[in-house]
Design a protein around this ligand. Structure first.
Ligand code: ARG
Length: 459
């Protein structure tokens, strides 16, 4: 097969060398974006008198046929034709004859591929933002149903203070909100057109870059042709936002895994998001959550890979940049898949309210309440801390909890203790009373849910 750039060459590479250099096995993912870019380009060429209207119409109708063929997966790709751009140009020429060769006037694969990537990422980021919102909604629904579900809150994975389960879930709502903001912010830089930068220096033809930008729905154009073809910051940003999102999903995965263990028994994942064991009949494994925790690694890897590819590249285009695609496609697939699974997992998760509440009763996570109690009666907090620490030690030695000590035992330590301590020690009251802004008090959690809903519905 004749190479489209074969003029200068006296012999062709061996097949395995071609195969090594080709990107068609993965960049066929960009087929629709490439055709869309070409249609805008050819429209602009004829509008500016660079090619005749008649030629442009022929080319356009060929490109439209290819759009249909691509949608039906009827295009045959060849490794010999290296990449999606040359494969499509060759398919076009086969359809419309030599006039197809005019499409590449005033264009290079360098600005072409950059355009494809911008178009592709814009669409994917919009989908991801929608999925993040779906997950936020799923969290909101579970939170609303669990405002007064009391559970142990942890620091160092040791029980710390009782909290509302809704409050815990809402923490993830806000993490996702920041993720969404990062993606939205990055759209500004994705949504600009490199088309018309040519190979690196612009072109001698009287093209109109603003016209193609507008036809493709971009908000502006790259100001510098060298920058336009060699910038991959927008991909780095995408990989970086995705790494942070996956880190959040991974942390929540870890919690779901812990919570569904026999040791915690705080939730049960729906059967549709769990799997069994081939040997142990009793098992129900949180595979999906584990897999998302695991897949976080590959997204970080893609980010590191891309940063490393770019670090020593002189301007402008270098073939190294072909390596920008697989990591990006893989990240899109991983993020989209993980978000979809997560929506289902959260929506169908069963919350074991009684188990959670039971857990708050059998520990010392109400010790702070007692220290606060004394300090609100004038004892300096440090001293109150010491007194309660001693009481905890007494309990540990006796094998009981703070609730089990008698009022006499309390008063023997400090006579500021009165009968109302038992109410204060109740985990439910402990949560209810943490009514500072952004705290876990039920009223605060309700306010937070309302704020979150209002924010989500506005966007
Ligand atoms: N397949 C190439 C890529 O993905 C397209 C651009 C090729 N440009 C070039 N001058 N070889 O980066």
């Amino acid at each position: 097969m004749k190479k489209l750039w074969g003029g200068r060459f006296t012999k062709s590479a061996e097949e395995w060398v071609d195969e090594f250099g080709a990107s068609i096995s993965f960049d066929q993912e960009l087929v629709q974006e490439d055709l869309q870019g070409s249609i805008a380009h050819v429209t602009m060429l004829s509008a500016n008198g660079i090619i005749s209207e008649e030629d442009a119409e022929k080319i356009k109708s060929g490109l439209q046929t290819l759009q249909e063929k691509a949608a039906n997966e009827e295009i045959e790709y060849s490794v010999k034709l290296e990449d999606i751009h040359l494969n499509l140009e060759s398919a076009l020429t086969e359809l419309v004859g030599p006039v197809g060769g005019k499409l590449h006037t005033a264009r290079s694969r360098n600005d072409q591929v950059a355009t494809d990537m911008h178009l592709y990422l814009k669409k994917q980021v919009q989908t991801i933002i929608m999925l993040v919102e779906e997950l936020q909604n799923a969290l909101l629904t579970q939170a609303e149903a669990n405002v007064e579900t009391v559970m142990p809150g942890y620091t160092h994975l040791q029980r710390a203070q009782p909290i509302s389960f809704a409050h815990h879930l809402m923490a993830y709502f806000w993490m996702l909100d920041r993720d969404k903001q990062r993606y939205q912010e990055s759209l500004k830089r994705i949504n600009i057109s490199p088309l018309g930068a040519g190979a690196l220096a612009g072109t001698t033809f009287p093209i109109d870059r603003y016209q193609t930008a507008e036809l493709l729905g971009f908000e502006g154009i790259y100001e510098n042709s060298l920058d336009a073809v060699s910038d991959r910051d927008f991909i780095l940003e995408f990989l970086s936002s995705s790494s942070t999102l996956m880190m959040h999903l991974s942390r929540l995965s870890e919690e779901l895994i812990l919570w569904s263990s026999q040791e915690f028994q705080f939730i049960e994942l729906d059967d549709s998001f769990a799997t069994g064991s081939s040997i142990m009949p009793q098992k129900k494994n949180p595979d999906m959550a584990e897999l998302i925790r695991g897949k976080t690694g590959r997204v970080y890897g893609n980010l590191m890979g891309m940063l490393t590819v770019l670090k020593g590249l002189p301007l402008a285009y270098n073939k190294d940049m072909q390596e920008d695609k697989e990591g990006m496609f893989d990240t899109v697939k991983t993020v989209v898949g993980s978000l979809k699974i997560f929506v289902g997992m959260i929506e169908t998760m069963k919350v074991k309210t009684t188990q959670m509440e039971k857990a708050t009763k059998n520990d010392f996570s109400n010790a702070t309440e007692l220290a606060d109690y004394l300090s609100s009666k004038g004892v300096p907090f440090r001293e109150a801390h010491e007194i309660v620490g001693k009481l905890v030690l007494t309990c540990v030695q006796k094998g009981c909890f703070l609730m089990d000590l008698t009022l006499e035992e309390y008063r023997a330590v400090n006579d500021l203790f009165e009968a109302d301590i038992y109410k204060v020690l109740d985990p439910y009251t402990a949560v209810e009373r943490r009514n500072s802004a952004g705290g876990t008090g039920f009223d605060q959690v309700r306010i937070a849910i309302d704020k979150a809903k209002a924010k989500l519905n506005k966007e």
